[in-house]
Design a binder for this molecule. Structure first.
Ligand SMILES: *Cc1c(COP(=O)(O)O)cnc(C)c1O
Length: 225
């Protein structure tokens, strides 16, 4: 694909997001995070050239490499992966724009401790395993509100901004919808939460219809990766 063809391709995706957004409300805002975990920095630059600024990575090392290579570009980086305890310091040093995958109180407390030692803060989302899938990380939906409040109370260095969830892994649209509705319902009950991050390449329109305010698109934005 030439850059012109790529722009036309991306414009079509933006139109799909826009249509889904307007159906919710003219005032509903949806932010797009481009998940660049499958691609190299050249692909990130190509999408940046079309206007994309927010990118997401699921491995600390990959994020570090891309951040360093692209340090001259005004990008914002989102961490969306499962964070291992031994990578906490590295992630803090990278100063991500938003850490979307806080998946337990224990991880939050470990992160808070290191943030305190480094005199820093981090904006985070609580990851909810809304479809209760064994292969996914995140807190169980029944416990999510309590854990959110506990983190807000016991982790002063963590600035909780909302929730993140991955839609149910199934072809059944009703089940996927249910998982999004579960997440949105929890989000609506949280005090001060602003970001409801849900929806990926295969289900973002449904996620937006269910009230997503942030979609994380990988494969769709980087065809032929
Ligand atoms: C990979 C990934 C995405 C993007 O997935 P696609 O289906 O390629 O759009 C979104 N969110 C998380 C947490 C991911 O790991």
């Amino acid at each position: 694909m030439t850059q012109t063809e790529y722009k036309i391709y991306i414009d079509k995706i933006v139109e799909r997001i826009e249509r889904a957004r307007i159906l919710v409300s003219e005032h509903h805002i949806v932010k797009v995070v481009a998940v660049s975990k499958y691609v190299d920095t050249e692909a990130v630059k190509a999408l940046y050239a079309i206007g994309q600024r927010a990118f997401g990575e699921n491995k600390v090392q990959d994020m570090k490499t891309k951040m360093e290579t692209l340090e001259d570009l005004p990008l914002e980086w989102h961490f969306i992966g499962s964070l291992q305890k031994n990578k906490i310091n590295q992630l803090i040093d990278l100063d991500p724009f938003l850490m979307q995958s806080l998946h337990s109180l224990e991880l939050a407390q470990a992160l808070d401790k290191r943030l305190e030692a480094k005199g820093k803060t981090m904006e985070c989302l609580l990851q909810i395993n809304s479809a209760k899938e064994e292969t996914k990380s995140g807190v169980m939906p029944e416990a999510a509100s309590d854990i959110y409040a506990q983190i807000a109370e016991s982790c002063p260095r963590i600035d909780l901004r909302g929730v993140m969830s991955i839609g149910a892994h199934t072809e059944n649209n009703d089940h996927i919808k249910q998982s999004f509705e579960t997440t949105r319902k929890i989000f609506d009950g949280l005090k001060g939460a602003e970001i409801c991050s849900m929806g990926m390449s295969g289900d973002f329109e449904l996620a937006i219809a269910c009230g997503s305010t942030m979609v994380r698109l990988g494969s769709l934005l980087f065809p032929g990766r």
